[in-house]
Design a protein around this ligand. Sequence first.
Ligand SMILES: Cc1cc2nc3c(=O)[nH]c(=O)nc-3n(C[C@H](O)[C@H](O)[C@H](O)COP(=O)(O)OP(=O)(O)OC[C@H]3O[C@@H](n4cnc5c(N)ncnc54)[C@H](O)[C@@H]3O)c2cc1C
Length: 353
Amino acid sequence: MNHPRIVVLGAGIVGASIAYHLARQGAEVTVLEQSSPGSGVTAHSFAWINPLGEFPAAARPLRTQALADYRRLEQELPDLQINWSGALCYHPEDVPSADDQQPGLARQWLDQDRIGQLEPNLRQPPERARFAPGEGSLDPLAVTDCLLEGARRHGARILLQTAALELQVQGQEPVRVITSTGVHQADHVVLATGCGTPALLAPLGIELPVQPSPSILLRLDAPPGLVKTLVSNDLLEIREASDGSLLAAEDYIDAQGPQGPQAIAEQALASIHQSFRGAESVTLRSVEVGQRPMPVDQLPVIGPCHTHPRLYLAVMHAGVTLAPTVGRLICQELLQARQCAELAPCRPDRFGH
Ligand SMILES: Cc1cc2nc3c(=O)[nH]c(=O)nc-3n(C[C@H](O)[C@H](O)[C@H](O)COP(=O)(O)OP(=O)(O)OC[C@H]3O[C@@H](n4cnc5c(N)ncnc54)[C@H](O)[C@@H]3O)c2cc1C
């Protein structure tokens, strides 16, 4: 099968990357998206390319390739913009670790003077912080569009406002995808449908333990250049967006009341006012809650369904970080029949399907 017909369900950043990599290698790709590109959780992402963040150790071989894959994509897609600002992290529990020396991911421990040079508006730079100069962030909608445009240039069809309603699978027959606008047949169907995946699989008797996990994104109007790098500490995760505004990510605690998103946003705003010189004029533009597709063990779910091998799952947290690497590896698995070792811990059959 040199040019298999592949339907990719979902045009978030993960589906867009998979479609791009497959189309580039000659597959006949159709993307079906129920709404518009990136309209799922991708639109609400803080979008830090964060290969060494908190995550299960088994995902490490996958995540540590993210920076190199984004650098590759920058070469392949000249319109793809990444802000390689570096990330400055200081949490009380942080101590030097072997990860600091990982080739290509190196992080440095900086003293107060150096931190002050990197973030001159910080009122009270910490005594030391870990700086990852090779990390960055991106505009998740712009990057999703860019990947889809790349896929389109390689012949992919992108059908928006097209919801997959039912998957019909019978033995080795091509899969039939019943949608709101017609029927599509495919040799493989990749489900990059985030939080929508369990509902698509349930009628096939497959229970996928992926739950929506809420998280809060704040957009703030601010003087440009207030925050230079990406700063992550116990109070804040904050960076400048491509339009000069600020983005901050916060943990979600409650739907409303004193621990609800609006109250958390007000606390974050107060922290920004206190933490940065010149931040008095910073105001809150919006408070958004995004539902992250979170597998029960927090490991990505990537691979063919045990019972229906023509269905291939691609559901994960930290999808912004992982998108370019999983796109490349899934393409190898589907087009070259390779089993990528990095994906071994991510297989859906670990849930006993
Ligand atoms: C506040 C916040 C901060 C975050 N920060 C980071 C970060 O710093 N770094 C990081 O790596 N990750 C971060 N994340 C997580 C990251 O945003 C997600 O992991 C990633 O966007 C998931 O992308 P996706 O394409 O899998 O899902 P989605 O963007 O949800 O895409 C799934 C798509 O499938 C479509 N769909 C669903 N069902 C159907 C159907 N039946 N038919 C057709 N289409 C369908 C949806 O409309 C949607 O467009 C953050 C998330 C939040 C909320």
